[in-house]
Write a protein that binds this ligand. Structure first.
Ligand SMILES: [Zn+2]
Length: 371
């Protein structure tokens, strides 16, 4: 029996799966469901600091290529002031943690794939469910490394079902963190024996402040396909709570750049690294890629047809498209719900978006897998 997308979303919301705990219960439920619906299911587990994390890769139909729907089963914590795991329907909305990000969209991909007659599939459909999206994409990385089902055949087309209000998205920014550390010597200020790491790092910080207008105005660092078109250049400081009568032994400055396609990301990062080195500070760079396919990409255009929208868009938030893009040349981000609802107290998704997305996904399967 094909599940109802609203009922399925409610069932999934009612099973807590906060990233810091585990997602075993929700994956047990989903594995059973996918098996009942006739999917072949691969279960992958790994240890995350003593917690078992589960990924599921499910396939319907056979052949090469095909279409994959990619979701995550974890959520951010519930937060206080509401009942996050008691899914309630009111005013045309379904409330609950994960209703929008992204158990609702996930449910819609399963219902759409379940509705397709396997005998009519010329190419396979995949449902890929990752853990740990909210804290570093570890589940998706594990899937890429260990899934035998996907190693046999990666789909040529992929939908990242994160909430986009059912608008096709062809690009999002990445995020590069640059950690700059000054090491001083901690001592009570009455002794004059200390060396403050804060004074050591201060000249560097002034140079960072001077980069703010450059990164906001210089066209080398702007991409007007995005709104805003700039890096969102940011800086936070940590001297580990040093009291004012002690010299700071260590100060870490973390800078962040939301790297984008078609701009000089490397040049911007090099500018920061060079200035840190000039001041004899330790520097480490931790990059996360941006996602980009051309607006006329095959998958993006299929999503435009399936939604009836002519213009694909960009978004400001990151997704696991950056992990899967090494394997899947044609990807789009397309899901029901508004990202503004993600991670909020009182998170919701409209029933209209949720039910509407099933038809959109069905049209994609029909076009790309020949159902
Ligand atoms: Zn999400």
């Amino acid at each position: 029996m094909i599940p109802d997308v609203i009922k399925l979303t409610q069932d999934l919301v009612a099973i807590p799966s906060v990233s810091i705990n585990n997602n075993i219960a929700v994956c047990d439920y989903l594995q059973r469901l996918l098996l009942d619906l006739g999917f072949e299911v691969e279960r992958l587990s790994y240890d995350d600091n003593g917690q078992e994390k589960v990924n599921l890769v499910a396939r319907k139909g056979s052949g090469t290529g095909g279409l994959g729907f990619f979701s995550h089963t974890d959520t951010v914590p519930g937060d206080q002031g509401w009942e996050p795991y008691n899914p309630i329907i009111a005013d045309g909305k379904l409330y609950g943690r994960g209703s929008c990000d992204m158990k609702g969209p996930l449910a819609a991909t399963i219902v759409a794939a379940a509705k397709v007659d396997a005998a009519q599939l010329k190419k396979p459909v995949y449902i890929v469910l990752a853990s740990d999206e909210e804290n570093g994409y570890y589940g998706a990385m594990h899937i890429c490394k260990h899934s035998k089902l996907l190693a046999q055949n990666w789909p040529t087309h992929g939908v990242i079902a994160e909430p986009t209000q059912l608008r096709p998205v062809y690009s999002h920014k990445g995020g590069t963190s640059i950690f700059v550390t000054a090491t001083g010597f901690a001592a009570h200020t009455s002794t004059e024996k200390g060396i403050s790491a804060n004074f050591l790092i201060a000249p560097f910080l002034a140079e960072m402040a001077a980069l703010v207008p450059l990164f906001k105005r210089d066209e080398r660092y702007l991409n007007h396909e995005f709104s805003p078109p700039s890096f969102g250049f940011n800086m936070v400081l940590n001297d580990f709570g040093t009291r004012s009568n002690v010299s700071a032994g260590k100060t870490v400055c973390t800078l962040n750049i939301r790297n984008m396609p078609k701009v000089d990301n490397e040049g911007a990062i090099a500018l920061i690294v060079e200035k840190a080195q000039k001041h004899n500070l330790k520097v480490e760079v931790d990059p996360t890629d941006y996602f980009y396919v051309r607006p006329d990409n095959d998958m993006v255009q299929a999503a435009c047809r399936a939604t009836g929208l002519s213009q694909p868009e960009t978004v400001a938030y990151g997704t696991e498209a950056v992990i899967y893009q090494a394997h899947i040349p044609n990807q789009v981000i397309l899901g029901p719900g508004n990202i503004a609802q993600a991670h909020t107290v009182g998170e919701w998704i409209t029933l209209e978006q949720l039910t509407g997305s099933v038809g959109t996904y069905e049209r994609l399967i029909a076009e790309l897998c020949g159902a």
